[in-house]
Design a protein around this ligand. Sequence first.
Ligand code: NAD
Length: 259
Amino acid sequence: MAGVTGLSGRIALVTGAARGIGAAIAEALAREGVAVAAVDIDVDGLKEVVDRTGGAVVPFPVDVTDQQAFARVVDEVERDLGPLDIGVSAAGVLHPASVGATRAEDWARTFAVNSTGVFFVLREISRRMVQRGRGALVTVGSNAAGVPRTGMAAYAASKAAATMLTRCLGLELAGSGVRCNIVSPGSTDTAMQRALWTDGNGPERVIAGDPAQFRVGIPLRRIADPADVADAVVFLASDQARHITMQNLYVDGGATLCA
Ligand SMILES: NC(=O)c1ccc[n+]([C@@H]2O[C@H](COP(=O)([O-])OP(=O)(O)OC[C@H]3O[C@@H](n4cnc5c(N)ncnc54)[C@H](O)[C@@H]3O)[C@@H](O)[C@H]2O)c1
């Protein structure tokens, strides 16, 4: 992202970095001269990202729902790459279903990754940042956290939890020089989004909206690229955002009318 400063030579950890939005964030940070620890459960996907970035991204396979294993990975990252300046939580899962059809195990897994996993990441990294008096943390939430959607209750509730967790942490750490913000994407062209395009004309329908589902569509008339979300994360991690904390930046083409 042209024009931002304060990133070259920094160290970042990005979760969900094997594909989609997390991979775009890892690659965008690497282009700014950041050394990136890429965390994911998908070992093959991590390898592809590492191959594309030629060494600026280092793979650290781990499940963010395993707090001990994640803490060990953060130790390894700081030993191998250096003290973390930037932490980004992009790992997430979506099990679409109405509330009535949501299985308890899908509810639990959704919260384990999207809420508790974010808690483990924020807690583990922020502890270290506080001791050093600086750092930037960004949670990738969802615009579904702010507006009711059919067939997405568990996901939306889990993202709402992660969003408020991040804002509360931002308040707790504001005096310690650690900023905490959220980027809330709308429909973005990734595997997670494409899994929702089941009727053969997915993107057109998402853009046009659907009154039957109380969706107004996307005013900017396009599905986001993962790079659009990555640019917002890069900005929030940069010096240009040094006076921004506890904010929730929507990157959804206006789909939720900022409501
Ligand atoms: N694509 C969209 O339309 C959209 C919209 C709003 C929000 N989001 C959010 O953006 C983030 C990235 O989504 P995406 O579309 O790139 O999804 P994706 O499914 O393409 O990628 C998600 C990544 O997270 C990893 N992951 C899942 N569980 C994990 C775990 N327990 N530990 C470590 N890694 C794990 C997966 O292996 C995968 O690489 C998610 O938090 C998602 O909820 C996506």
